[in-house]
Design a protein around this ligand. Sequence first.
Ligand SMILES: [Zn+2]
Length: 432
Amino acid sequence: MPLLFKNIYYTDENFEIQTGSVEVEGKYISRVYDNAPENYAGTVIDGAGKILIPGLVNTHTHVPMTLLRGYGEGLALQEWLNDKIFPFEGRMTDEDAYWGALVGIADMLSCGVTSFTDMYDHTQFVARAVKETGIKANLGRGIVEFGGGDLYSSPRHREAVELIENWQGACGGRIICEASLHAEYTSNETVVRQMARFAKNSSLGIHLHLSETHREQDDCVLSRGVTPARYFEDCGIFENRTTAAHGVWLTDEDMDILASRAVTVAHCPASNLKLGSGIAKVPDMLKRGVAVSLGTDSASSNNNMNLLGDLRLAAMIHPGVTRDPLCITAKDVLRMATVVGAKAQGRTDCGLIKEGYRADLAVLNMKNPHMMPVHDVLTDIVYSAQQSDVETTIVDGEMVYHNGVFTMFDADEAIEKACQSAKRIASELNIR
Ligand SMILES: [Zn+2]
């Protein structure tokens, strides 16, 4: 039966706020009305006091890392990674990753995220979690290949190929598999060049980390004589649709390279602040024509998957840094978090409230005290909205989250199992 959001605030394709009625039929937005039709034959949702927005797209995650939320805090970056994060991850089983992924996905669905881009290990178990929860995801097995190894002899690459063989296009296209390269400093040049060709021959997008820290940028220039962005460009990586996480230390020339290619920078403001990486020059990127989307990064560097928090940060920190309150607008940020992210995922019919687009939507309740009174709906969404305002999340026309209930899976069980996994791994490490 079709579904009608009647007389509701919604964002049009230019991200202007309109009032009207939006109809969902099957997986698509079938019609947008200025005036509500009389005697509608379908389910009607009264839109009074509500805002309908395109589902948010979280373009940089490591979703099983919800198991590491708050683990090993209070250490310097390298110590934290080497002494805490890597040993914990080394003990994570497929099942652990599955439960962790479910919890991270629950967090995302309850803040209006309808799709995410993930790089991790245990990817077939992340895919299973995606299948069971109703969310969309672009998944990649992160490749790390130090030394002289080559891509095709890497066990990680074999896992990536298995993921692609088993899950590419699964769940009616909800799952898209990608090539995933951890970063410039974690693989040799042969591997990077092979990955560029592999992605091209297999028509895959690429997900990688780029210029996250000052040290990464400096070391690359010292050892290779070029920046990471120039290096990836020279290796052919950017001939593929690419999502490049962070981009904190990009030079002007780097930005021009990215702008000339189908590269989207996944801006992760919370993670960059927490890990002391710095603040990406997003207003400069936008001026130079670089596509910029938003990401949370993992729950161990954020410490949650609530993308609304990153919308607010993205809208706040850049005016602070540039001392120009107009350097980024609420509209810029909402576009980054929706249609730009969807495009980065290669989902060209997602991210807008427009006839013929996928019905990936979130409904925000604007009656809570921190949202009222309302002079400007758009700024209410970006500056004021909280996760608790998200009433409903819809993916491909399916209501997957509504009034605190996940309709396709048991989130309470997932939380309990994830806590057991986290406790077990932490205690194994303490005994060691
Ligand atoms: Zn990351």
